[in-house]
Design a protein around this ligand. Sequence first.
Ligand code: 5IU
Length: 266
Amino acid sequence: MTNVTYSERATNFNNKTARKLFEIIEHKKTNLALALDVSTKQEFLDIADKVGPYICCLKTHIDILIDFDNDLIEQLKKLQIKHNFLIFEDRKFADIGSNTVKNQYSQGIYRIAEWADIIDAHCLPGEGIINGLKEIGLPLNRGLLLLAEMSSKGNLITRNYTNSTIEMALNHKDFVIGFIASGKITLNDNNNNIQNDFIFMTPGVGLSNKEDGLGQQYRTPREVITESKSDIIIVGRGIYGSGKDVITEAKRYRDAGWNAYLERLK
Ligand code: 5IU
């Protein structure tokens, strides 16, 4: 089960965004997602252009940018076509499903639904949040990730909460394409099919640091991909942190992530 290739996994999904993500991973031979939490448009576009060739997915926090404008989105879309990656807005929706999350997703100044292939949500409000987001996202062939676990120290997510999140995902396999988690997780620790039917993306990945002093906890690509059997490593400051050459670091993480995957396939 854990030695299934990314291309084989793609066939388990009807959702077009999920299939596209696996295609990009296999084509570019990278399971690296860049978490680009920088505050200016220029820095954002510059790093996205430099790192674009080495990633399958660009994870944004669009509300961090101090000079956000519509041109940024136009430029980002051009880079997406140039380098072939998906865009994941890590918005972590957490409000009630009705008009609130629907409007947060499609309206406001960011109009996330127009440009983000992937979004994520907490299931704390109940299944309505998925229904609300799905009304907007599914007609656009978008995909949703559910927050099943978090990498930060002392987070309040319990095993029961994770299990309930998985159950909600199973009811919405057309739109929920996967989870943010520390690795491949299973329902009630049973070895069931969710491992192949969902994408697992893991933040809190670093080759040098073990923590950031503010609660973030880092594990290596090998721990995440080979041992915990996740699909995608999400790396931020390990690549663009101060004094780092982003291209050198992006290649280093891409190689570490891909070699960890090849090791798992053996
Ligand atoms: N992120 C986490 N942990 C989580 C979730 C999201 O770190 O559990 I859910 C986000 C926060 C940041 C990125 O955007 O992933 C990690 O960035 P660094 O690699 O710079 O720590």
